[in-house]
Design a protein around this ligand. Structure first.
Ligand SMILES: C[S@@+](CC[C@H](N)C(=O)[O-])C[C@H]1O[C@@H](n2cnc3c(N)ncnc32)[C@H](O)[C@@H]1O
Length: 162
């Protein structure tokens, strides 16, 4: 049996990206490409979300949110990493109000959405309690009949309705 020692003062695995972004941005580079994930836009069209309120969890450097924002979708793009959100705001001043720092595991967030999506985030939630908190956050921040979709390492996508 695998037993893990966990010290609550240690950073969580899912917080690790902040430092990665800082290091790469200091060098004048970006961490990811700016190519959007095709299935995200496909899902927006399939479920006719053009006039919906949409939350992205873990937007990183903003490639998917920006693509949707430029197409007129009402996206709020969030990430736990202050570095990532500052980068998104600096790179896209026209949309800076759409990018917010938010930890979907612990933070309070006052708004509800018609649709929530995330791309390549849940593999970082290695602790069962974190995964449960993530699911609870989704549930608590969807409007009635809202939907959630996630992309897990680029392989598959699922829609869950509230
Ligand atoms: C692998 S990156 C993917 C970034 C972006 N979705 C993309 O596909 O380019 C995972 C992102 O999830 C963010 N993240 C991890 N845990 C989070 C949490 N609890 N709340 C919000 N964002 C989180 C990280 O900071 C990081 O930006």
């Amino acid at each position: 049996m695998l037993s893990l020692c966990y010290d609550s003062s240690m950073k969580k695995y899912y917080e690790a990206y902040d430092q990665r972004y800082q290091i790469i941005h200091e060098k004048g580079h970006s961490w990811s490409s700016d190519t959007p994930t095709p299935i995200v836009y496909d899902v927006m069209q399939k479920y006719n979300l053009s006039s919906s309120s949409i939350l992205q969890i873990g937007c990183g450097e903003g490639r998917d949110a920006l693509y949707l924002l430029k197409k007129g979708y009402g996206v709020t793009a969030s990430d736990i990493s202050a570095e990532a959100i500052n980068y998104c705001k600096l790179q896209n001043p026209d949309y800076c109000d759409h990018f917010i720092i938010l930890n979907c595991i612990n933070d309070e967030h006052e708004y509800r959405y018609d649709f929530i999506y995330s791309v390549a985030v849940i593999h970082m939630l290695v602790n069962d309690n974190d995964m449960i908190s993530f699911c609870r956050f989704i549930h608590d921040h969807l409007n009635a009949n809202g939907g959630f979709t996630y992309l897990f390492h680029g392989r598959w996508c699922k829609r869950i309705s509230k």
